[in-house]
Design a protein around this ligand. Structure first.
Ligand code: NAD
Length: 499
């Protein structure tokens, strides 16, 4: 089997897709010759198969990353790393359209928003970390006349990275670009469902001029390839984005050589709407917060809490907003803002929660939008669903659904709102809507979450840190933290005296 295949996009163009493992700047077959299939979620048809790595392949990739680190990358200056990353940003910009189309094909992401929003973020963060590469500095500690200490930030060395399917290229870019800027070499594994964009990206790594072995891209099963990266004795740090359940496995596997660990895990984020807020704005942001990416978003505000006095008014505005702007359909149709879910497994999972809400908990369900549109399609479509008056002990209020399903719950005043907002085991993102400035900041401080949005939702900025409290994770990415998590500190003690 060849290492490249021609793929015809729904737009009619054909492009060349690499399907091998990307090691030492080359696409190679896996040792076992095993393949994994990747399926188009819009129609359930096979797109192609890619080579899947086993433990032996991971070992080879880690050796390539180690060799590249010791012989080349650790000797490369911050200025040189920055130049390579700038070149990479230019190449991503040039190939923006095809990269967006690949993820729309492979992950069902609406092309329009993927190309505009996700790819813009990837380009912006690549430039941001390019600029950071030569600004990583340490500190000086005067001790006495003849003694001082200076502390320097050093890369870990070889970093393992494991990413999910919901933002295939964006989640990988959050990790790759910052780790490279900090001076590490990388072995990264894509999710089983979405290997294509990251393999294509490997070609840009070569064109940008990164030395062989600096970035190694692996496709494969989590239980085999992911697990082998997490437990590998020569990987110095592991960074993972995915479910909390797998995050716990990664943390355990990482104890083999006490790897440093960053985990970006699940969430059950609230959007809290006070009666003194701009309600149409709150409805607009809350809808974006849950329905962007078909609700397959770790910070999806899947619980909306509304102050009781404005509950009915908000609900009406929220439904109008969904009907107007959250349209289910083919990801390559310009009007579509809600594409299919990633897989049949995910669709079944989401629908089992809907069934549970209706049949077991007897919750009041509102179905929004024209369900006929998606029912005609062969893919894994689900239109937006609202469950109203949901109690805090409901399974739907407590568990991450990862689909276009939102619960709405009343609250009464500041304390009740805060208690309900914090009433889950997760703590990733939270949104609060109020026009009272004191209340907004006090509430923001009271929220147990790594990110708080005041009068917006899911409005990330790559210059700010991102990460979770509680079961949502350990460590931060992006912003200055993006460099911090990929460096370790060395204290060098200097004695100027003769004694
Ligand atoms: P997942 O945990 O099933 O898989 C994530 C990655 O881990 C995949 O690459 C998978 O192959 C790999 N993996 C699976 N089992 C493994 C194992 N035993 N050892 C090593 N690697 C293994 O998650 P998913 O279904 O791909 O993504 C959805 C989840 O990701 C949701 O819970 C979501 O909240 C979370 N997520 C979090 C963030 C964040 O930044 N906090 C961002 C996006 C997604």
């Amino acid at each position: 089997m060849s290492l490249f295949t021609d793929i015809k996009l729904p737009t009619g163009e054909t492009y060349k897709q690499p399907i091998g493992l990307f090691i030492n700047n080359e696409f190679v077959k896996s040792h076992s010759d095993e393949l994994i299939e990747t399926i188009n979620p819009t129609n359930g048809e096979l797109i192609t198969s890619v080579y899947a790595a086993n433990e032996q392949d991971i070992d080879i990739a880690v050796k390539a990353a180690r060799e590249a680190y010791e012989t080349k990358w650790s000797k490369t200056s911050g200025v040189e790393r920055g130049e390579l990353l700038y070149r990479l940003a230019e190449l991503i910009e040039q190939e923006r359209d095809i990269l967006a189309k690949i993820d729309s094909l492979d992950a069902g992401k609406p092309y329009e928003s993927n190309s505009q929003s996700d790819l813009s973020q990837i380009i912006e963060l690549t430039k941001y970390f390019a600029g950071y590469s030569d600004k990583i500095k340490g500190s000086y500690l005067p001790i006495s006349d003849e003694k001082f200490v200076y502390e320097i930030k050093e890369p870990y060395g070889v970093v393992g990275q494991i990413v999910p399917w919901n933002y295939p290229l964006a989640m990988a870019s959050w990790k790759i670009q910052s780790a490279l800027a900090a001076g590490n070499t990388i072995v990264i594994k894509s999710a089983e469902n979405t290997p294509l964009s990251l393999l294509y990206f490997g070609q840009l790594i070569v064109k940008a001029g990164f030395p062989p072995g600096v970035v190694n891209i692996i496709s494969g099963l989590g239980s085999i390839a992911g697990s082998a990266i997490a437990s590998h004795e020569d990987v110095d740090k592991i960074a993972f984005t995915g479910s909390t359940q797998v995050g716990k496995h990664i943390q355990q596997a990482a104890t083999s050589n006490l790897k440093a660990v960053t985990l970006e895990c699940g969430g059950k984020s609230p959007s809290v709407v006070f009666k003194d807020s701009n309600l149409s704005n709150a409805a607009k942001w809350s809808a974006l917060g849950i329905f962007y990416n078909t609700g397959q978003n770790c910070t999806a505000n899947s619980r909306i809490l509304v102050e009781e006095e404005v509950y009915d008014e908000f609900l009406t505005l929220f439904q109008e907003e969904i009907k107007k702007n959250w349209i289910v359909g083919d990801p390559f149709d310009d009007k579509t803002t809600v594409g299919p879910l990633i897989s049949k497994v995910q669709l079944d999972r989401v629908q089992s929660y809907i069934k549970h809400g209706e049949e077991v908990e007897k919750l009041s369900k509102l179905e929004v939008g024209d369900s006929a549109i998606y029912k005609e399609q062969k893919g894994w479509f689900q239109n937006p669903i609202i469950f109203k008056d949901v109690p805090t002990d409901s399974k739907l209020f407590q568990e991450e659904i990862f689909g276009p399903v939102v619960t709405i719950t009343k609250f009464s005043g500041f304390e009740d709102g805060l208690t309900k907002a914090n009433n889950t085991k997760y703590g990733l993102g939270s949104a609060v809507f109020t026009n009272n400035i004191q209340k907004a900041h006090k509430f923001g401080r009271g929220l147990k979450a790594g990110t708080v949005w005041i009068n917006s939702s899911n409005d990330e900025d790559i210059r700010a840190s991102f990460g979770g409290y509680k079961l949502s994770g350990i460590g931060r990415e992006l912003g200055e933290s993006g460099i911090e998590v990929y460096t370790q500190t060395k204290a060098i003690h200097v004695n100027l005296s003769e004694e």
